[in-house]
Write a protein that binds this ligand. Structure first.
Ligand code: CTP
Length: 403
């Protein structure tokens, strides 16, 4: 997968720089070429010689060292890269990149490259949640950078939380997935995606909902758009920003999601139902706030319409993809759903597994297709999981002769 590929690894000044050395070794073992850029601060943590020895390439740490007069080093490096990974990435470099600054080898190269850039942040949990950093991260995401977060855990500064750099094995997986992507397989396809939870109202102040954050569906929407698909997103209430260039319909309840999704269903080539639709809603609702009363309150619940099942029953040529969040017998239950709802592919996850499920930035997925192909993935960022799902959809469509 990585054999012969040209990878630029940009290392910033953080304690996780030592993990970048392990990553270089793994990239070399995967028979790819890797050239390392170091910031001035990175050299406080690890020496260029380490990377030079591991990569068997000169290390780039000064924009003004131009050993070959026929070339300009940072442009040459920017053009050489098939992919760029910044790991670890500090808050400072995130800020510089978000503002287009170009004052060293790393920033000049990144500004000049046309290659996809992956960013693996590493910093203190409070720095990572600072509004300024979050703002810069959002800017970079809009500019097309892909963030790869590590799992939450113990940080070198003594705090526990988000900010650990992703492990070298996971970053290697990201690089591998990058090259297995059928880059523009879905270009021009009309893709309808549902995402997020639904809210089922009881009265003007109360509702039933679930823990869905919408992140998985939004990541799929972004990845499909990146492939050149024409994306319509039907979204339940989330705090996420809709990626640019995506048509969105915001809905609240399962019934509204049904109506919005069905509006687009018949024009869609591919339908991906990542939403966590409420299966039940209160059978009685109140237009005024229900005042508390003595004793208990029993709320009757009635079934909502199963949108995916209805789509499956009314399928023409659409490729239909559903999700199955299970806590046991994952494959068995997911396969049953695939058949019961007349799906082409189902994305199953065990919500009890570490790193899987609703709220986080990672997921552990298994895809199962109608023609019996099963793929199990390791822990991936939701962005990576989204690419893998789209890849599997494209392969399925190729097998069916639809691509
Ligand atoms: N779904 C839907 N409409 C509903 C409920 C679910 O379209 N009213 C879709 C979801 O978007 C998801 C898939 O169906 O793609 C989930 O299947 P479902 O059978 O609803 O899973 P669970 O709700 O977990 O069902 P169960 O309790 O049977 O496991």
């Amino acid at each position: 997968m990585l054999k012969g590929k040209n990878i630029v690894l940009a290392v910033c000044g953080g304690i996780a720089a030592f993990k970048a050395a392990a990553l270089v070794s793994q990239i070399i073992q995967a028979e790819a070429n890797v050239k390392v850029i170091m910031t001035k601060s990175a050299k406080e943590f690890i020496t260029p010689l380490t990377f030079q020895a591991l990569s068997r390439q000169p290390v780039y740490d000064n924009t003004f060292i131009e050993p070959d007069p026929t070339k300009i080093a940072h442009i040459d490096l920017a053009d050489w890269a098939d992919v760029v990974l910044v790991a670890p990435t500090t808050a400072n470099v995130i800020a510089k990149l978000a503002n287009g600054l170009a004052d060293d080898m790393l920033t000049t190269t990144l500004l000049a490259t046309k290659a996809q850039v992956y960013v693996a942040p590493a910093m203190n949990v409070n720095m990572y949640s600072h509004p300024a950093v979050l703002r810069n991260v959002e800017t970079l995401k809009r500019d097309g950078f892909t963030f790869v977060d590590g799992s939450e855990g113990f940080l070198a500064c003594g705090w526990t939380g988000k900010g650990r750099m992703a492990e070298p094995e996971d970053l290697l997986q990201v690089l591998k997935s990058h090259f297995t992507v059928k880059t523009r397989a879905l270009a021009g396809k009309r893709v309808l995606i549902t995402a997020g939870p639904t809210q089922e109202k009881v009265d003007p102040v109360r509702y039933f909902t679930n823990h869905s954050s919408g992140k998985m569906g939004y990541a799929i929407a972004q990845a499909a758009k990146d492939q050149g698909a024409d994306v319509i997103l039907v979204s339940g209430p989330t705090s996420l920003q809709v990626p640019e260039g995506i048509q969105v319909e915001h809905i609240i309840s399962a019934q509204e999601m049904y109506e919005a999704a069905m509006k687009y269903y018949h024009q869609a080539d591919i339908v991906i139902k990542a939403a966590a639709v409420a299966d039940y809603r209160p059978s009685e609702t109140f237009t005024q706030k229900r005042k508390k009363q003595n004793g208990d309150w029993f709320v009757g619940m009635e079934r909502t319409i199963d949108i995916l099942k209805t789509m499956g029953e009314n399928k023409n040529s659409q490729i239909l993809i559903g999700f199955a969040a299970e806590s046991e017998h994952v494959e068995e239950y997911a396969t049953k759903k695939l058949q019961a709802k007349n799906l082409d592919l189902i994305v199953a996850n065990n919500i009890l597994m570490k790193g899987a499920g609703f709220k986080g930035d990672t997921n552990v997925i298994t895809t199962i297709t109608k023609d019996g192909k099963k793929k199990e993935y390791p822990l991936l960022s939701k962005a990576e999981a989204a690419i893998s799902i789209l890849n599997d959809i494209a392969s399925y469509m190729e097998r069916k002769g639809n691509l």
